[in-house]
Ligand binder design. Sequence first.
Ligand code: ADP
Length: 297
Amino acid sequence: MLTIRDLTKTYANGVRALDGISLDIPRGMFGLLGPNGAGKSSLMRTLATLQEADSGSVSLDGADGRAIDVLRDKDAVRRQLGYLPQDFGVYPKVSAADLLEHFAVLKGLSDRKRRREVVDGLLNQVNLWNARKQKLGTFSGGMRQRFGIAQALLGDPRLVIVDEPTAGLDPEERNRFLNLLAEIGENVAVILSTHIVEDVTDLCPTMAIVSKGKVLLTGKPGDAIDALNQQVWRKQVSKDELDSYETRFTVLSTRLVGGQPVIHVFSKDSPEPEFELVEPDLEDVYFQRLRMHARVA
Ligand code: ADP
């Protein structure tokens, strides 16, 4: 669906935000997971034709089966693309229905009746029908993001890009938003960029972990988790011992459980007595990759 090869980008300040990114992104939800500064937004903006790469290639399967050169044929990409940027701003004094209608005009939906149908359909789809006459300034974070998805879906895109959409949403809003994305992902390719591991665990059949402009892992979350089987160990420790464990072992994560630190350690064999094996999860995979990368980099 989307083929990215050897994409690089160095900003004027010398930061190499994309350092040879290659990815194959199929239809469905694709999770792009990485810490802040990993290069996710740079990649999203490049795919959304909002900034130039220095080198590399990106190809998108078009509706007619022909491949679109994303880095060159920007107009063709834009016709197939829906984008929800990280800092999606709305006009606070305009109603949801009016602004969506306005975006629809900009998208080229010139037939008034058809436009009405599309706008109404989208407002329903994102569950904002009852709030359609409300001013956007009164919307909660979750409602704003759902409005953002509605505008991204105008024009039936084949590729939808959402950049850090769940940041700042409460758990209920987040669930609602992710369910909406999952529905959309049944028909098109959706790239979900996030630093929140659960977003990917809950939603994405394929994923990539990126850090410092490089792809550290790509594939199915389940396969990556299986590869860590029998190698993640857990122990409750005291706060004073934490430093010592971190120097002696590959500590993947520290979580407080009832106020006491519980560490996850990556090790082929039992690190010490009193460690117990745990079933790894995607968070273990994520931290294991980031640790290993930090070590070699
Ligand atoms: P992420 O979305 O994963 O947080 P970004 O793509 O925003 O990562 O940033 C990757 C790196 O590039 C960071 O070090 C960031 O400071 C830097 N960066 C991003 N945009 C610019 C820019 N316009 N000019 C200079 N540096 C930038």
